[in-house]
Design a protein around this ligand. Structure first.
Ligand code: PHE
Length: 337
């Protein structure tokens, strides 16, 4: 067989090649120890002297071009098998990571505060943002003509005038007490609404966390101990607290609770308005009239309640001076938490 004949045969062998295995067979057939190329080489000694050198060169050239051709075929097969061409795609290159979101700072504070109360045995309960006039006001000892409705007064829903957007989370006290018997230890996170003009410290919508405990022998000392544990867990062990007498229709006695200013430690600065104290929540012993409204005997049960603004806690904890930042959805702000 001469070189030209072998070349033609290779072309036809490679044309209908179906697999890597087939390629290997072709390789053996031509380049193997007893292959066609080896046969050509072994015929060299029997050639006339003048022909040997040039024939030998031709066979060598043919052999190396055949080697290159088979290599190329093999690469093409492998690339097809893996679906990617290892030479053109760098499979070690990092991909495009999807952008991950995270919790809103207000949600984080709610989780943190609720976790502190959960440690003390409180349950987390939520209530609806659309409330009845009774749960939001009357049941909480705020009758229609009571002057303290003014500061709380809210958005009434036009179709039914007994429904409104709750102005605080306290109505969940009524819901929980009506549906459960004491002992109760409950915290209530949620949104509330007030007809307030928006400025750096006010918003028509904000978040509160309500807490209350009812049992047969709850005292003001329980309220103080509970709130002190909470305040130190959030603001640090070295803060001090004070209870300022105050008025809420649904608690008696009532107190507003201050912590020593976290910035100046009580000396007086611009954050605390030179007072050395920061107000963080309202609290008190649950008013007997509230118990009467939910069917509890005020002679049998006592309890305490408190309510705090989540944005206020967040402003203080993170050192932010404008509540509007929480609601503007500006990622430059939100990404910092
Ligand atoms: N509901 C009151 C408010 O919104 C806070 C509060 C709750 C006060 C419970 C006392 C007891 O201001």
């Amino acid at each position: 067989m001469d070189i030209e004949a072998i070349k033609n045969q290779i072309t036809s062998d490679l044309k209908d090649l179906g697999s890597l295995q087939g390629l290997e067979e072709v390789r053996v057939k031509y380049l193997g120890r007893k292959g066609l190329i080896a046969q050509l080489t072994s015929s060299i000694p029997s050639l006339p002297d003048e022909e040997r050198a040039s024939f030998g060169r031709k066979v060598n050239e043919f052999k190396s071009s055949l080697l290159a051709l088979l290599d190329e075929k093999q690469k093409a097969f492998l690339a097809g098998q893996e679906g990617v061409n290892a030479n053109t795609i760098d499979i070690g290159m990092p991909g495009i990571a999807p952008e991950l979101g995270h919790l809103h700072p207000i949600t984080k504070i709610i989780h943190e505060v609720c976790a502190i109360f959960r440690q003390m045995g409180f349950s987390i309960v939520e209530g609806p943002e659309i409330e009845t006039e009774f749960n939001n006001f009357t049941g909480l000892n705020i009758p229609l003509e009571h002057p303290s409705r003014d500061v709380f007064d809210t958005f009434y829903l036009a179709t039914k005038d007994t429904l409104l957007l709750r102005s605080h989370t306290s109505p969940v006290q009524i819901r929980a007490m009506k549906s459960h018997k004491p002992p109760l230890a409950i915290v209530v996170p949620g949104r509330v609404y007030r007809p307030d003009a928006v400025d750096a410290s006010h918003s028509f919508m904000f978040h509160q966390i309500e807490g209350f405990v009812v049992d047969t022998d709850i005292t003001f000392a329980d309220l103080k101990g509970t709130l002190e544990f909470f305040a130190k867990a959030v603001f640090g062990k070295d803060i001090s607290m004070r209870f300022r007498p105050h008025f809420f229709p649904f608690t008696e006695p009532s107190a507003e609770v201050d912590i020593s200013c976290i910035l100046c430690k009580g000396k007086g600065c611009s954050l605390c308005g030179r007072k050395g104290w920061l107000e963080i929540l309202g609290s008190g012993m649950i008013h007997p009239n509230v118990f009467k409204h939910v069917g509890y005997d005020p002679k049998e049960y006592t309890g305490f309640a408190f309510g705090m603004g989540v944005e206020r806690i967040a402003l203080l904890k993170y050192g932010i001076d404008d509540i509007r930042l929480f609601f503007e959805n500006d990622l430059r702000f939100l990404k910092q938490f």
